[in-house]
Design a protein around this ligand. Sequence first.
Ligand code: ZN
Length: 124
Amino acid sequence: MPSASTDRDSGRAMRRGLIGRCPNCGQGRLFAGYLRISPTCPECGEELGRYRAADGPAFFTISIVGLLLVPILGWSFVILRPDPLVLALILTVSITILTLVVLRLVKGAFVGYLWSMHEMDKGA
Ligand SMILES: [Zn+2]
């Protein structure tokens, strides 16, 4: 852990990001759309757009949804014994919805973590 990051509480920043709030003040909106980060916080003026999550949130979302999928698939196939086509249809829809929800939550928390670690885009 770099010592320069101790001035920002990463746990608090991640919790604020998770609920879609600015990791700095906890008041302003973090997102300007579904997944687009606001360039600056409307409340405190923090430059949120400089914290680029890249593929990190997608990786964690795939991991979380995959870990949830395996027991759900096993349980539903053994206990409920649905028609495989019905099971595939239900899983496809539910996984799509779950992925879209989890992705936004994870991206918020990820940007909060980047903010706490001062990991901003320095410009190419
Ligand atoms: Zn703010």
